[in-house]
Ligand binder design. Structure first.
Ligand SMILES: [Fe+2]
Ligand SMILES: [Fe+2]
Length: 166
């Protein structure tokens, strides 16, 4: 029973690590292009995924396993914002699906604490999906203007900081 839970918890760690890396990669590129809102959303979500790893790791160690710190997939070098949001949404959907299934498996193995942990994570992943979905809708509604606005906002902030310091 313990071995199965440890295996599932480690699979989740691998997916969470992939998400941390992928979202930070998106963060760097959005930041570089001046899209502050999206850059900060990717960074915030990446940090939340890191905290998921911490919770999974604590459970693995409690069950006397060890944490395999290997990402499940390499970072995809996507620079188009729409494609970033599509991939991020798909990753969240997959995590929510997997964690629902794994919660059931842990429950069948009478490991209610791991079950509860996976259920908590599903809640977060669904919220992440929703956040990316909202951004996707904004992109569809406003197109490139949505990104242009974020760049203008950045320039305004930089400009006002410069005049404050003058
Ligand atoms: Fe996560
Ligand atoms: Fe997530």
């Amino acid at each position: 029973m313990k071995e199965k839970s440890i295996e599932l918890l480690n699979k989740a760690v691998a997916d969470e690590l992939s998400a941390v890396h992928q979202y930070m990669y998106f963060h760097f590129h959005c930041d570089d292009m001046g899209y502050d809102l999206l850059a900060s959303l990717f960074k915030k979500t990446s940090i939340e995924e890191m905290l998921h790893i911490e919770r999974l790791a604590e459970r693995i160690l409690f069950l006397k396993g060890d944490v395999e710190m290997e990402a499940s997939t390499p970072v995809k070098k996507i620079h188009d914002v729409k494609e970033m949001l599509v991939l991020a949404g798909e990753m969240e959907e997959k995590s929510a699906d997997d964690y629902n299934k794994w919660a059931n498996e842990c429950s069948a193995n009478a490991d209610s604490v791991s079950k509860k942990l996976f259920e908590d994570l599903v809640e977060d992943e669904e919220r992440h999906f929703d956040q990316y979905d909202v951004e996707m809708d904004n992109m569809k509604k406003y197109g490139d203007n949505y990104l242009a606005l974020q760049s203008i906002e950045r320039s305004k902030n930089v400009g006002s900081a410069a005049s404050d310091n003058a």
